[in-house]
Design a protein around this ligand. Structure first.
Ligand code: R1P
Length: 287
């Protein structure tokens, strides 16, 4: 039974040595990693590699794809991450498992903007992230109870974040790039305050609750907190930062057409790939 899986309950590997979910082996992932949500975005960004025709692609049966090539001569991996903190957890742990030396990891996502004055298409760089989780034990009759919980903030790596911010600002007009506190949510509907009649989510006051507790709350998405939290607990191995393109403004309802999103993805990816390529990792060998 379990053919192909080695017995190692703490970190299961396939017989080939590949990790169980990403399917990556030693040498498959570079020290510099760009994590993106969807497959199309990764494919579009991988076309920016020095020689896209020689990109190494590892596709797993669990929906992860890892593209590895070089940008300005520096090895970089782009990983299709999917959605949510559970997927980001697989990506951070498995992509870095075989990597020797320090790792720089940046996420490029899409996001819902919370600040009414920020137009759709604004790119938000996370200086910190906090996580919103539903309180499943919430009891509406208990007036002291809150239906959602907000964690304390975790910081992005300051040098990686600053380099990312300056690269993005020099590629795009200045007012398009902002810094804020990312609010990562457990779910897309309930935990981002999308109220409806079909389920009792107790989320009518969710956005107000977040903004009362975090005055710099800038955007909702679903992965950044986990990336920054694991980097923070990686004993110094992983330096992480994140940015996201505003696809919708939750306060005004303004949305970004997909055509504009795809154009912004390419421009911002050039900034992100340059950031990854230039960031100093202090590794003994230059990689
Ligand atoms: C929800 O639609 C998804 O979009 C955002 C959220 O974080 C979530 O993953 O990011 P991506 O476009 O990177 O997936």
């Amino acid at each position: 039974q379990n053919a192909g899986v080695l017995i190692n309950p703490n970190f299961p590997l396939l017989e080939s040595g590949a990790t169980m979910h990403l399917g990556v082996k030693a040498g498959d992932v570079a020290n510099r990693i760009l994590s993106v949500g969807d497959a199309g975005r990764a494919e579009r960004i991988a076309r920016l590699f020095d020689s896209p025709e020689s990109t190494k692609i590892v596709k797993s049966e669990r929906m992860f794809t890892t593209y590895t090539g070089t940008y300005k001569g520096v090895p970089i991996s782009i990983i299709v991450t999917g959605m949510g903190i559970a997927m980001m957890d697989f990506v951070v742990r498995e992509s870095t498992f075989y990597v020797q030396g320090n790792v720089a990891m940046i996420r490029l996502g899409t996001t819902g903007l919370l600040k009414p004055s920020w137009p759709a298409g604004t790119i938000v760089v996370a200086k910190q992230a906090r996580f919103v989780q539903q309180n499943y034990d919430y009891c509406p009759s208990n007036s002291n109870d809150e239906p959602y919980r907000l964690t304390n903030p975790v910081d992005a790596d300051a040098s990686l974040k600053d380099l990312l911010y300056s690269k993005l600002s020099s590629k795009l007009s200045n007012e398009k790039v902002r810094e804020g506190v990312n609010i990562t949510t457990e779910t897309f509907y309930a935990a981002q305050g999308r109220a409806g009649d079909l389920f009792e989510d107790y989320n009518e006051r969710l956005i107000q609750f977040v903004e009362e507790n975090e005055s710099e709350a800038s955007n909702f998405e679903m992965e950044t907190f986990k990336l920054l939290q694991l980097a923070d607990k990686s004993k110094g191995k992983i330096k992480a930062a994140a940015c996201a393109i505003g696809l919708i403004n939750r306060a005004t309802g303004e949305t970004l057409p997909y055509q504009s999103l795809h154009e912004l993805e390419v421009v911002s990816s050039e900034a992100i790939l340059s950031t990854l390529a230039e960031f100093s990792l202090d590794n003994p060998i230059s990689n």
